[in-house]
Structure formats: structure tokens, C-alpha cells
Design a protein around this ligand. Structure first.
Ligand code: IMP
Ligand code: MG
Length: 193
């Protein structure tokens, strides 16, 4: 594979680093106000895509909280969903009676979060809310209640700030659309959401 700069693959920056950071500061303020009377919040990061969002959000929250991680898989290494959702990494801790806030990178069809929500509610948390950085309303197939939303975006495949294409581009500090020639012919797999 030839060596190349990641940024040469970008067609358009959809949300700049500054826009992201400003919006996340607002989200943190809203979350903090809502949970101010709660003893502890569990921020539940959906791997891998939400890891950067979680780390920025967590550092802006001046309330007691834990972080934990779950990984679910619904996407192949391409840009379309394989449909099925499964847990590939589960929590070790019991969340009974805990205030859980799911932190997700993006809602597309809604299948991932609908599945996670059902699964987590069955474990009897004291509360369960959803915070997503991005949302593609046009793509929704399953309804999911979103409590905190960063940005609605158009139906475009995006990368950066945790989101990947074929596991790359997660490290870009902004949200971008790739040049069409970057996309390889799609292969189906089921890892990497
Ligand atoms: P859903 O189950 O269809 O809502 O898909 C949600 C998951 O698909 C997200 O957590 C992402 O990991 C992935 N995904 C959806 N849209 C995009 C995108 O535009 N870029 C990168 N990953 C995406
Ligand atoms: Mg995700």
C-alpha cells in the first residue's frame, strides 16, 4: 500500500473542530444540569466510534461519573449496514439501580441503539438516557428516543472524530466526507462499528 496523507482523502469538512468542541461544551452543560442531583452517572461508551467523543465529554463534566465500554457490531468494513446487531464486548458490572447515559457517535438506522436500549433496560438501571454526537434523520428505520444530540447531518457517510471507514480516519479532529475514489468495492464483514 502506498504511503499517503489521510487528509488528501477528504472531499469536504462537514463539521469543524471548533464547531464540534463548542457543541460538546453545550451538551456537557445540559447533561451536568440534568444529573446534578444524582450521586453517580455511568457514561457508557459504544465502541469503537464513540471513544473520542466520550473522552472529550467526560473531561467537560464536573459531576461524579464513571466510564465503561460496550462494543456492538452492526456494520461491515464498508459503508452499509449488515442489519444484525450483536454485543461483542459486554459490561462486567451490574447496572441495576445505576443512572446510565449511553454515549454514541452516530445514529443511522437506529438499530444499534434500539437493541442496546432494550438490552440495557432489561438490567433495571435507575435511568437510561442516550447521548449521540451525530444523527442522520433521513436514514432512520427504528425509532430511538434521543436525550442529547450534537448535530443532525445529511445522509452522507462521514468519518473523523472517532468514526471510521475501514478502521481508518478515526483520528481526524473534525467530521468529514471522503472523496468517492477512496471507497473500495464493498466487502461484507461484521466487525468495526
Ligand atoms: P445504526 O445501527 O444503523 O444506527 O448504525 C449505527 C452505527 O453505524 C454507528 O454507531 C456507526 O458505528 C456506524 N455508522 C453509521 N453511519 C456511519 C457513518 O456515516 N460513518 C461511520 N460510521 C457510521
Ligand atoms: Mg458507533
Amino acid at each position: 500500500m502506498p504511503t499517503r496523507a489521510l487528509r488528501e482523502d477528504i472531499a469536504e469538512v462537514l463539521i469543524s473542530e471548533e464547531q464540534l468542541q463548542n457543541r460538546i461544551r453545550e451538551l456537557a452543560r445540559d447533561i451536568q444540569a440534568d444529573y446534578v442531583d444524582v450521586e453517580n452517572v455511568l457514561l457508557l461508551c459504544v465502541l469503537k466510534g464513540a471513544y473520542i467523543f466520550l473522552s472529550d465529554l467526560s473531561r467537560l463534566l464536573d459531576i461524579p461519573h464513571e466510564v465503561d465500554f460496550m462494543a456492538v457490531s452492526s456494520y461491515g468494513s464498508g459503508t452499509t449496514s449488515s442489519g444484525a446487531v450483536r454485543i461483542v464486548l459486554d459490561l462486567k458490572q451490574d447496572i441495576t439501580g445505576q443512572h446510565v447515559l449511553i454515549v454514541e457517535d452516530i445514529i443511522d438506522s437506529g438499530r444499534t441503539l434500539a437493541y442496546m436500549r432494550r438490552n440495557l433496560l432489561a438490567r433495571s438501571p435507575a435511568s437510561l438516557r442516550i447521548c449521540t454526537l451525530l444523527n442522520k434523520p433521513e436514514r432512520r428505520e427504528v425509532d430511538v428516543p434521543v436525550d442529547y444530540l450534537g448535530f443532525d447531518i445529511p445522509d452522507k457517510f462521514v468519518v473523523g472524530y472517532g468514526l471510521d471507514y475501514a478502521q481508518h480516519y478515526r483520528n481526524l479532529p473534525f467530521i468529514a466526507v471522503l472523496k468517492p475514489e477512496v471507497f473500495a468495492p464493498e466487502v461484507s464483514g461484521d466487525e468495526g462499528a
